[in-house]
Design a protein around this ligand. Structure first.
Ligand code: PEP
Ligand code: CO
Length: 462
């Protein structure tokens, strides 16, 4: 039987009879690539459908449970990684650097928030990008926009910008290779809290915050040893660090191909990732994307941009989480520093009125993108921090709680965002600007951001 012919989805103990992995096809699907050969596309999708899943349903359920605890204030979510992963960066150094920065940030956040931190990478599948303009023009030549490595290529020629179905398979392989390495590093003790000194990166030593970071690392190792002395044994559970994957659930054929039923559980799981999110450009309640994610059992997140209204959000919550299942729904707001104070409160009030307690997360990156006078896309450290500080404040004032943060960052020494302790200026952007899409915090900026948030959380309480 074709995996697409099962009907019905279990969510929160109920089967939605009117849902199937392909029921999204009856809705308007924005941001989907146009392929010129349907037969070649169908063959690639069929191959993907037959391949083993990238993640498992029990990992997904574990994460959902942890997200439910974060919504209840017992954990804190750290989600971060590239704006768009690139196939070319699927190498050991880049993957290890991404893990390290997320681990180090999480350590700092554990210290500040006194809560356990859920680590979620924007990786092992963050390959499809929504674009504001479907085409790009250079020197009078107009070509389809680059839509992520899983769709087309970055170079500016007709051949490179053609949507190529083979890239779906290359993306699956890159995601699997990335996951394999992440799992091996973690199983091998790379992320063991007993040895945080292994997480050192060469240039943390030159950071103005190196000392503060070292002190935290030592304090954490000390308290772990102290607890183990009390317990008289190694506390495996405490020393172990989990890692989860996430990506924007944008390319619906790719998501559908790995959406399956699994033995001993009812319902459908999107097994491309633990934690997909619906982007701002595809979050219309009547959209194909909302239709698709309504039926899968994964925890899902939705990005909320400046256009989001309380009615729209209410509709989204009812569609995506009719059963109010703990951990199911995360709302990631990304308004920008100048808009958050005006945009967020009505949405918090709406969820309060509906007696809903989703997990709230702030993405301070996407509302704060700007272009320098010389035409380079960047983000300013102070504005990113400014939005985050307001987010903590606004949630507190309205009896809500900010339960997580979402960053575009890299473990490498790029120069894409300006500001931070080193005072990177517009002039520095040319030095090492590598992103093809959005500008990322570099290693030092990301760690500094975590230190500043942690200080605030330590000062004000969770
Ligand atoms: C992103 O997270 O890279 C993205 C495109 O975000 P948004 O949908 O919030 O614009
Ligand atoms: Co982005």
């Amino acid at each position: 039987m074709s995996p697409f012919s099962h009907r019905g989805a279990r969510r929160g103990g109920r089967l939605a009879a009117d849902w199937a992995p392909d029921s999204w096809r009856r809705r308007p699907a924005a941001q989907q690539p146009v392929y010129d050969d349907p037969a070649v596309l169908a063959a690639a999708v069929a191959e993907l459908t037959a391949l083993p899943p990238l993640v498992t349903s029990w990992e997904i359920e574990l994460l959902k449970g942890q997200l439910a605890e974060a919504a209840a204030g017992e954990r804190f979510l750290l989600q971060g990684g590239d704006c768009a992963e690139s196939f070319g960066d699927c190498n050991s150094a880049a993957i290890a650097a991404k893990l390290k920065i997320l681990l180090q940030m999480s350590l700092v956040l554990v210290h500040g928030s006194k809560r356990r931190v859920i680590r979620v990478g924007r990786f092992a599948g963050q390959y499809a990008k929504p674009r504001t303009h479907p085409t790009e023009e250079r020197d009078g030549q107009v070509l389809p926009a680059y839509r992520g490595d899983i769709v087309n290529r970055r170079g500016f020629s007709e051949a490179e910008r053609r949507a190529d179905p083979q890239l779906l398979l290359r993306g699956y392989e890159r995601a699997a290779l990335t996951l394999n390495f992440v799992r091996a590093l973690i199983d091998g003790g790379f992320a063991d809290l007993h040895h945080p000194e292994y997480w050192d990166l060469e240039f943390v030593r030159h950071s103005p915050h190196a000392e503060e970071y070292q002190r935290m690392v030592e304090a954490i190792a000390d308290s772990l040893r102290f607890m183990e002395t009390l317990a008289g044994q190694q506390i495996g559970e405490l020393g172990r660090v989990d890692f989860f994957t996430s990506h924007e659930g944008l390319h619906l054929l790719w998501e559908q191909a790995q959406t399956r039923q699994v033995p001993h559980r009812e319902g459908w799981y999107d097994l491309t990732t633990h934690f997909p999110w619906i982007g701002m450009r595809t979050s219309d309640p009547g959209s194909a994307h909302v239709e698709f994610f309504r039926g899968v059992s994964n925890p899902v997140a939705v990005k909320l941009g400046p256009g989001m209204t309380p009615e729209w959000l209410g509709e989204l919550a009812e569609r995506l989480d009719p059963e109010r299942e703990p951990g199911r729904l995360t709302l990631i707001h990304r308004f920008g520093m100048d808009e958050i104070a005006r945009r967020l409160p009505p949405l918090l009030e709406e969820m309060h009125r509906r007696q809903r307690r989703p997990l709230w997360c702030c993405d301070p990156m996407h509302g704060n993108t700007e272009t320098t006078p010389s035409g380079v896309r960047t983000r300013r450290f102070e504005r990113i921090l400014g939005e985050l500080e307001q987010a903590f404040e606004l949630h507190e004032q309205l009896g809500s709680r900010l339960g997580g943060v979402h960053f575009e960052l890299t473990g490498e020494d790029v120069t894409e965002c300006v500001g931070g302790a080193r005072g990177l200026s517009d002039a520095d952007l040319g030095r090492s600007y590598r992103s093809q899409v959005d500008p990322r915090l570099n290693y030092e900026q990301a760690l500094e951001m975590a230190l500043l948030i942690a200080r605030r959380m330590a000062r004000r309480g969770p």
